[in-house]
Write a protein that binds this ligand. Structure first.
Ligand code: ZN
Length: 452
């Protein structure tokens, strides 16, 4: 029926009999009327351009019907009529995208609620905490999951693995394979969503976690059905980790250009990369663009001590002159080329801002990553939105019910006042955020000054 009726749309080009026939069929179809949707209790967002987060082309004049915490219908007005009753939001001229998914975040003990409030404000409605849950953070994540603390949907790695003398400090640093396996079993008992490991020398300042230990971690995680995500820098480590069963990576190859063999290996093994480009360039970007410090959303998402350091012109000059910045720029050239190549080869590139690390502000950082993927790695805005949509969601769970706007999905929506496909920075022009069917009261939170 649907496909037959579609004959009618380019009607100007059809001879009269076909148009008449189509008209007659349409009339017959209209006699009983399309099944009327009872709008009672629904919220309908009507008239926006829908960018559904899968990479599919936008749908103009869309109708999205929300019932409870779910999307009941989403499509063009021609297919989905606005129901009678319920609340109707006229969104003509606006743009609707799914709540953003950010795969790379670090939350600080005591700053969780503040961080999550910033992310909700920015329309970041699903996050992955990547290996730094300390102090009260696990308990806060549990509270958030129970709905007692306003927060995005949270997936967590708990505490991640590194070399005993590696970076970051205070993480799990098993000395033997047996110890590594015991630690993975402990994390499994805590019901973490994934295992995180850092495999990096941090500009030759720290030892890397050993290959046998990595393999033991990956093997034990697989026994418990838990995925592993690895922070990488060197190409050789990606090969070794893939051999050990790892498929999910944050950052990317930053020590050299990869060849066709690597690309084929990445395709064959279904690798994914969340490159955190915005975080990588943050070590000079703020110094080169001090006007960022005028952006309310950037300032509000940084801890005050960090903001103060960045506001000092001497510190910013030192950032530009430091030897480590020069090395990071070289690595950045490699990783942007790498991401471009992966994206062109169809290897999923996803959004992970590394918020809470470097000079990355919660909430703002996710939008900055979208912008950087487009500007520096050649993703189209549509691809970037899929990277923070369905592609990122697929990384978190086998059959995600979030990350895209479609029937049956969670009603996590961000309504924009300007077109993100025309300019990806328009994802920041947020009018309203809906989480699980509820419009959020947005606002930038105050930094929580702890009483000493
Ligand atoms: Zn990180």
């Amino acid at each position: 029926m649907k496909s037959f009726l579609s004959v009618r749309r380019p009607s100007g080009r059809h001879p009269v009999p076909v148009r008449l026939l189509a008209f007659a069929v349409a009339l017959v179809a209209c006699v009983p009327g399309p099944p009327a949707i009872d709008g009672t209790g629904t919220i309908t967002i009507a008239g926006a351009t829908l960018i559904d987060g899968t990479g599919a082309p936008p749908v103009e004049d869309a109708v999205v019907i929300v019932r409870g915490d779910r999307i009941e219908h989403a499509g063009s007005r021609a297919d989905v009529p606005v129901p009678e009753g319920g609340e109707v939001v006229d969104a003509a001229g606006k743009f609707l995208i799914p709540g953003l998914v950010d795969l790379h975040n670090h939350y600080r003990d005591g700053l969780e609620e503040w961080s999550w409030a910033l992310q909700l404000h920015a329309g970041v409605l699903t996050v992955r905490s990547l290996g730094s849950d300390h102090g009260q953070t696990p308990a806060m994540i549990a509270e958030a999951g129970a709905g007692n603390v306003p927060a995005p949907r949270i997936f967590t790695a708990g505490v991640g693995f590194t070399h005993p003398e590696g970076f970051p400090p205070g993480k799990l640093g098993p000395a033997t394979e047996e110890e590594a396996r015991a630690m993975v079993r402990e994390l499994a008992a805590q019901e973490v969503d994934l295992i995180k490991m850092w495999v990096d020398t941090f500009l030759d300042t720290r030892p890397k976690i050993g290959p046998e230990i990595r393999a033991a971690i990956a093997d034990e995680a697989a026994r418990h059905g838990i995925p592993v995500s690895a922070h990488v820098f060197f190409e050789e480590d990606v090969w070794q980790l893939v051999d050990a069963g790892v498929r999910s990576f944050v950052h990317g190859v930053r020590d050299q250009e990869v060849d066709d063999d690597f690309v084929a290996m990445a395709q064959e093994n279904g690798l994914t990369f969340a490159p955190a480009l915005g975080q990588a360039k943050t070590f000079w970007w703020v110094a080169e663009h001090p006007e960022l410090l005028d952006e309310e959303e950037f300032r509000a998402g940084l801890q005050p001590a960090l903001l103060e350091r960045l506001l000092d012109p001497e510190n910013r000059a030192a950032m530009l002159e430091s030897e480590s910045t020069a090395r990071r720029r070289v690595a950045y050239d490699y990783v942007t080329k790498f991401v471009r190549g992966m994206n062109e080869a169809g290897v999923p590139v996803t959004v992970g801002s590394d918020s809470g690390a470097g000079n990355i502000a919660y909430g703002w950082g996710t939008h900055h990553e979208l912008e950087t993927l487009v500007e520096d790695a050649g993703l189209t805005p549509l691809e970037a939105l899929a990277a923070a949509g369905a592609a990122a969601a697929a990384e978190l769970t086998v059959d995600p019910d979030f990350g895209s706007v479609a029937e049956g999905m969670a009603a996590d929506l961000v309504l924009l006042s300007a077109d993100p496909l025309a300019d990806i920075r328009n994802t920041r022009r947020i009018e309203r955020v809906m989480q699980a069917g509820v419009w959020l009261e947005r606002g930038l939170p105050e930094f929580p000054l702890r009483e000493e």
